[in-house]
Design a binder for this molecule. Sequence first.
Ligand code: PLP
Length: 483
Amino acid sequence: MNDANRAPLAAAMKAYAASGVLAFHTPGHKQGLGAHPLLRDFVTAEGLRAEVSLADELDDLHRPESCLKEAQEKAARLWGADEAFFAVNGTTGAIHAMLLAALSLGDEVIVPRNIHRSVVGGLVLCGARPVYIVPERDEMLGIAHGVTASSVRRALEKHPAARAVLAVYPTYYGVASELEEIAAAAHEKGVPLLVDEAHGAHLRFSDALPTDAISCGADLVAQSTHKLLGAMTQASMLFRKDRRVPAERVRRAASLLATTSPNYLLMASLDIARLQMEENGEQLVARAVRLSEELRAAVNELPGLWCFGRERMGRAGAAALDLTKLTVNVSGLGLSGEEAMRLLREKNIQAELADERNVLFIVSMADTERETRRLFDALSALSRENAGRQSLAIPSVLTPPDLVAELTPRETFYAARQSVPLAQAAGCIAAEEVTFYPPGIPAIVPGERISTEAVEYLREMMLLGLKVTGARDPSLQWIDVVQ
Ligand SMILES: Cc1ncc(COP(=O)(O)O)c(C=O)c1O
């Protein structure tokens, strides 16, 4: 067997399970012996037999020397990195480790304003000071894209002490920014590029998709192997390339944040997802791309529906598209994205997410013609059943006023807080985030001083009836501020 076509961690687990060894160790279910039948139904007797840790043959995540070391090395090779770290707390855990490795207390870091909450969590842990740049947005689609290289360059000029740049690549909607140029901008200033590539584990396997972050020059990359490839939910990877962030620091950060009892089935699923891609990743991803493109073309023939494609790329913050993401705009049917998602659920189709205008579908390497046909039939029925309704009027979104950050996310996290009526919030420091969809870019982030214009902006956005997230009181009558 070709050496790449082995799953060393999975093989070690199978060997341990088959050895007949009598377990006087954790986990308490003792290889399934004491497991409830319901758990056995879920995991299977064989799965439970392999669900072990702490045995010498199974290596140690905190000091990998044998099968786990080999599995991580194979993953690093396949994804073009110098080092890979298996993460069992999702990409959230990988992002926390990435920030803790690259940044120290008080360091400035350039970040897009529409980061995932895991990045905010990482900033709380490492104590860095974010310098936000506003991502580009597409008014017609009602979604936020990536940031441009020129806005990164401007931020680096204005903040010469910044110690890193973070990019989200691609976005949840599959839109990829000009990452190579962003990497060049960071490297010209001698700082590393950290990438949240939660939605990009499959990019490396198709030339029809945006170039993967490591190939674009990223230094650290957090990737959800579970989101678009075959690993189990929660199983992700952190990759390191080159030495702008010291290897030892990355190892320490990854170890600090990892449990001492990592679930071996999760880690084996990373090893096996890597093997699957090694064996026929290119064919599997090519099929997903072909099916998506066929589905996109067919959906665009349906009255009232529109699914953007490559033709909408080549704009600021939107250089290329992950074609396997289908963002279907339903406002032509007089429906919001949320309403359409609910109607589709009644037809036994579950979408990934919905916003004001769109429903997002993911076609992955798991799908065949049968699945995309069912989705097309459901969308076709949705189009027929809602024909003749007036298009949804979408309010145009105002640009939020610029705010001054007084506290870091960490300082805000530890500060005492209180709720005040929105009318009295001007002058206070925000203790929570407020984001309207569209455009999905926070209007206020924790630590920023709320201005009179900001209060006015929040009021106007509420009057437009836009969906608000982040705030504890979704009616925004009250807002959490630092005491
Ligand atoms: C852009 C982005 N980054 C990070 C994450 C966190 O990933 P995980 O759920 O694997 O922790 C997500 C999850 O949805 C995400 O969308």
